[in-house]
Design a protein around this ligand. Sequence first.
Ligand code: V07
Length: 252
Amino acid sequence: MLDRISFWKKEEKTELNIRHDTIPAHVAIIMDGNGRWAKRRGLPRVAGHHEGMKVVKKVVKYANSLGIKVLTLYAFSTENWKRPREEVDFLMRLPGEFLNSFLPELIEQNVRVTIMGHKEVLPIHTIQAVDEAIEKTKNNTGLILNFALNYGSRNEITTALTDIIRDIEAGTIGRDAVNEDLVSQYLMTSSLPDPDLLIRTSGEVRLSNFMLWQLAYSEFWFTDVNWPDFKDEHLKKAIYDYQNRGRRYGGV
Ligand code: V07
């Protein structure tokens, strides 16, 4: 027990030094454990989602201050429609609430908001909130805050395939043009670099249909911390660990 306490104290005191020349350009996060966080406190699941939204604001500011170029956040998956109706309704109000309270600050911080996923089927109020943020931040040159909203990777890859076939049949591209680069260009991330670092919170160790193609060479970092408890220090530790691993892309 004494060991545990002294270890914890040590952990609390130790200042991690991350290098500023090798900050990952693109960090992607699966923000899991919001429902679990709420349940532990005897609160409804939606209270966890709301708390999680507040954490997004803090992490965006910290990521931007570190010089991260792209932050992709898994906000709503194509599978999340299976959740209870009231929970889905609540989730669909979060983009609006987030932007109502935070868009001026995003603009001031030079953040550009983008969306990855099928927007058309979202409630009209969600589309309007998101479109306004995209429009008002489109010329910003700082952090790209890319929300995966109604996103699923297999769906993304399938759509890319059908689009490629359509363009081959129309004669806009030749069959011999199909290679890895071309496939990348047909994905929803065509204008973004692949993530360098994937973070998933709350102890689950799965990809859950998130960026299957793009994460081929990324470093994965998992933590038991629930998303509402995620702090700047956790992101710092993830980057620290990332910087102390050797990425070889299959080489030696
Ligand atoms: C959502 C909060 C974070 C934890 C994970 C689930 C709940 C921010 C947004 C958002 C999305 C688009 C946008 C601005 C903000 C959001 C959903 C859920 C559906 F342009 N957080 N957050 N969207 N959660």
